[in-house]
Design a protein around this ligand. Structure first.
Ligand SMILES: NC(=O)c1ccc[n+]([C@@H]2O[C@H](COP(=O)([O-])OP(=O)(O)OC[C@H]3O[C@@H](n4cnc5c(N)ncnc54)[C@H](OP(=O)(O)O)[C@@H]3O)[C@@H](O)[C@H]2O)c1
Length: 254
């Protein structure tokens, strides 16, 4: 019996559901994590019956270092061939007006949990000479974003961290890739506090297809979609102050 696993965080909704579906369709046993255990159970049951794989669930608050500690230890002890660090959230609004606790949880989930879980699997993957770490960044990673300041900075971390990891993992047989989706049809913007921004959106399935194509090509990062790619690279040579001003306009008017 296959005793290896793909671990997908944030698998109760949105992109995580599409990542889990793709991996299970390819025959992977999946371990699904998020807070809403009932939704995870529904996903797991669907994946078991549709693809005949093992599907386990863990209801865990990954934004809390103490709550996620046991899960991180469990992941460290499993044979994980693919880790998808997908759980994350953003906050739309002026920084000083956001709840302090929300800001702390955002950094802890988008940066802390992703880093700890990457650390938990990287050593064992190198030891086995294979594996993949998929970190979900964002096109927000490419410039400072007023009114999504913490989110863009956190995703900037995810992008830089993953590219550095990709280089460290070179020649080990282990791959790392940062996927940078632009606006995508999920609950993300409703959960971020403003579903009215960035209305042109792609599908989760498109994002997942882009991710695995990039992994296949051994790319360190990839931007999903032509339009997003163009926008992400358009302001590359502009001063950061100009990038920030443009990003603010795009957030409110696209
Ligand atoms: N949608 C976009 O436009 C977009 C664009 C660029 C990047 N992204 C990134 O894509 C990733 C997935 O987001 P999405 O678009 O699929 O949004 P979503 O529909 O809101 O899904 C977010 C997922 O993360 C989980 N999650 C949130 N807080 C959590 C916590 N404290 N502990 C454990 N799990 C938690 C949620 O599950 P529970 O609520 O059940 O915990 C859910 O499964 C995120 O990293 C996001 O930053 C999204």
């Amino acid at each position: 019996m296959d005793t290896s696993w793909a671990v997908i965080t944030g698998a109760s909704a949105g992109l995580g559901v599409a990542f889990a579906e793709h991996l299970a369709r390819g025959g992977a046993n999946v371990l699904l994590a998020a807070r809403r255990g009932d939704l995870l159970e529904e996903q797991a049951a669907r994946l078991r019956s549709r693809h005949g794989v093992q599907a386990a669930t863990r209801a865990v608050d990954l934004a809390s270092a103490s709550s996620r500690a046991d899960f991180v230890d469990e992941v460290r002890s499993l044979q994980v061939h693919t880790l998808v660090n997908n759980a994350g959230f953003g906050s739309v609004g002026r920084f000083h007006e956001l709840e302090a606790d929300r800001v702390a949880r955002e950094v802890s989930l988008d940066v802390g949990a992703l880093t700890e879980l990457s650390h938990a699997v990287a050593g064992p993957m190198i030891h086995r000479g294979r594996g993949a770490i998929i970190n979900v960044a964002s096109t927000a990673a490419f410039q400072p974003m007023p009114e999504m300041a913490v989110y863009a900075a956190a995703k900037g971390y995810v992008l830089q961290f993953t590219i550095a990891l990709w280089e460290e993992l070179h020649d080990t047989g282990v791959r790392a890739v940062a996927i940078c989706p632009g606006p995508t049809h999920t609950d993300f913007f409703a959960n971020a506090g403003d579903d009215g921004v960035l209305a042109q959106r792609r599908s989760p399935e498109q994002v997942v297809a882009t991710t695995f194509a990039a992994l296949e090509r051994h790319q360190p990062f990839v931007v999903d979609g032509m339009r997003n790619r163009a926008l992400a690279f358009a302001n590359r040579f502009a001063p950061r102050s100009v990038q920030a001003r443009v990003a603010k306009r795009v957030l409110r008017h696209s």
